[in-house]
Design a binder for this molecule. Structure first.
Ligand SMILES: Nc1ncnc2c1ncn2[C@@H]1O[C@H](COP(=O)(O)OP(=O)(O)OP(=O)(O)O)[C@@H](O)[C@H]1O
Length: 304
C-alpha cells in the first residue's frame, strides 16, 4: 500500500524527516509513534500527497505522489490532527457536502452519509449543528467524513489527542471496526497505549529517523524486560538510591519522581529492595510497555 525508501522532508535547511524506509501492507494498522517534532506529521503529509517529497522514493497504492497526486488522493481518507469540520453546517450536511465535493452523486451521498452516521454512532445528531457535539463526537464525525469516498487507505494524524479516556476508547472501537472491514490504517500518535491497542506494526520515530520497527510485542521483547518495578522515594532521593539497586535488574532508569528497575521478575526486585532496608513510599510492578521501549532507545520519555 505504501512503500518509502530513504524518504526525506526538508523545510529550508532543516531536515524534519532524514531518510526513512517504511513498508505498509494491505489490511494492516500501521503506526508512527514518537514525541512532538519527531517528523510524524511531515511523513503523513507526504503520504497524503499534499506535501512534496524532498528526497528518496515514495509509492502510494503503486503510484507516485509527484505525478499521480489527484488519483492517490481520490483513494485515500485523511483525518487531520485538527478538526476541519464546517461548524455552520449540520452533522449530516458535513458528510453530504464533503461527498459532493468528491464528485459523488446526490443519492449515493445521502445513503453513504446515513451509513456513516450509524457507523460513528451519531445518527441521533444528524440535524444538530457541529458546534453542539462533544470533542469525541467531533472526532468520530471527522473520521466518518474521511470515509465518504470508501477509501482503501485511511490516514489518521493523532486521532485521539485532546480526548478524555472514555471518548478515546469509543474511537479506538470505531477504528478497530474499520480495520476488521479491511481498511488499511496508518496512524500517528504519541500515546503508547494507543499504538499498543491499535497497531499491528509500528515504527518508533525520533528526530526524523526510525529508531525501531516491529509489532508492539516484538519491540517490547527486543528492547525491554518482561516486567518493570517502579519505586517511588522522596523528592530528590532517586539519583542516590539508584546506585543501591542497580544490581537488582538488567537496567535502572532514574525519573524525577521514581526509579524504574527493569527485570523479568519485578516482585523479586521489590522484595530485595525491602530486604536492603530501603523504604520506598510506593512500589508498583507492571509489564513493560512501548513507553519503556522508547525510553530505552532514546533516553527520553514519550510524554516529554
Ligand atoms: N512547514 C514547516 N516549516 C518549518 N518547519 C516545520 C514545518 N512543519 C514541520 N516543521 C518542523 O519539522 C519538525 C517535525 O514536525 P512534525 O510536525 O512532522 O512532527 P510530529 O512528529 O508530527 O510532531 P507533532 O506531534 O507535534 O505534530 C518539527 O521540528 C517542526 O517544527
Amino acid at each position: 500500500m505504501i512503500s518509502a525508501r530513504g524518504l526525506r522532508k526538508s523545510f529550508g535547511d532543516f531536515e524534519a524527516v532524514k531518510g526513512i524506509d517504511v513498508e505498509v501492507r494491505r489490511g494492516e494498522a500501521f503506526g508512527f509513534l514518537g514525541p512532538n517534532g519527531a517528523g510524524k506529521s511531515s511523513t503523513m503529509r507526504m503520504i497524503a500527497s499534499v506535501s512534496p517529497v524532498s528526497g528518496g522514493e515514495l509509492r502510494i497504492l503503486g503510484m507516485d505522489p509527484a505525478t499521480d497526486g489527484p488519483a492517490i488522493r481520490g483513494r485515500l481518507g485523511v483525518c487531520p490532527q485538527e478538526d476541519t469540520l464546517d461548524k455552520e453546517l449540520s452533522v449530516f450536511d458535513n458528510l453530504y457536502i464533503y461527498g459532493r465535493y468528491f464528485g459523488i452523486d446526490r443519492a449515493t451521498c445521502r445513503e453513504r452519509a446515513r451509513e456513516l452516521l450509524e457507523f460513528a454512532q451519531i445518527t441521533d445528531k444528524a440535524k444538530a449543528k457541529v458546534e453542539s457535539l462533544s470533542g469525541g463526537m467531533k472526532r468520530r464525525l471527522t473520521i466518518a467524513r474521511s470515509l465518504i469516498n470508501n477509501p482503501d487507505l485511511l490516514l489518521l494524524d493523532e486521532p485521539t489527542t485532546g480526548l478524555d479516556p472514555q471518548a478515546r476508547h469509543v474511537l479506538w472501537d470505531q477504528l478497530f471496526r474499520l480495520k476488521q472491514a479491511g481498511v488499511t490504517l496508518v496512524i500517528t500518535t504519541h500515546y503508547m497505549d494507543e499504538a499498543e491497542q491499535l497497531c499491528d506494526r509500528l515504527v518508533v520515530m525520533d528526530k526524523g529517523l526510525i529508531a525501531a520497527e516491529g509489532s508492539p510485542r516484538e519491540l517490547i521483547d527486543a528492547h525491554s524486560t518482561r516486567e518493570v518495578a517502579e519505586l517511588r522515594f522522596g523528592v530528590g532521593e532517586h539519583e542516590a538510591i539508584a546506585g543501591k539497586v542497580e544490581d537488582l535488574g538488567e537496567r535502572v532508569e532514574v525519573l524525577p519522581d521514581r526509579l524504574l528497575v527493569y527485570s523479568d521478575h519485578g516482585e523479586d526486585v521489590v522484595t530485595a529492595v525491602l530486604d536492603r532496608g530501603l523504604q520506598p513510599l510506593a512500589t508498583l510492578v507492571r509489564r513493560s510497555t512501548l513507553e519503556d521501549v522508547f525510553l530505552r532507545l532514546t533516553g527520553r520519555r514519550l510524554a516529554d
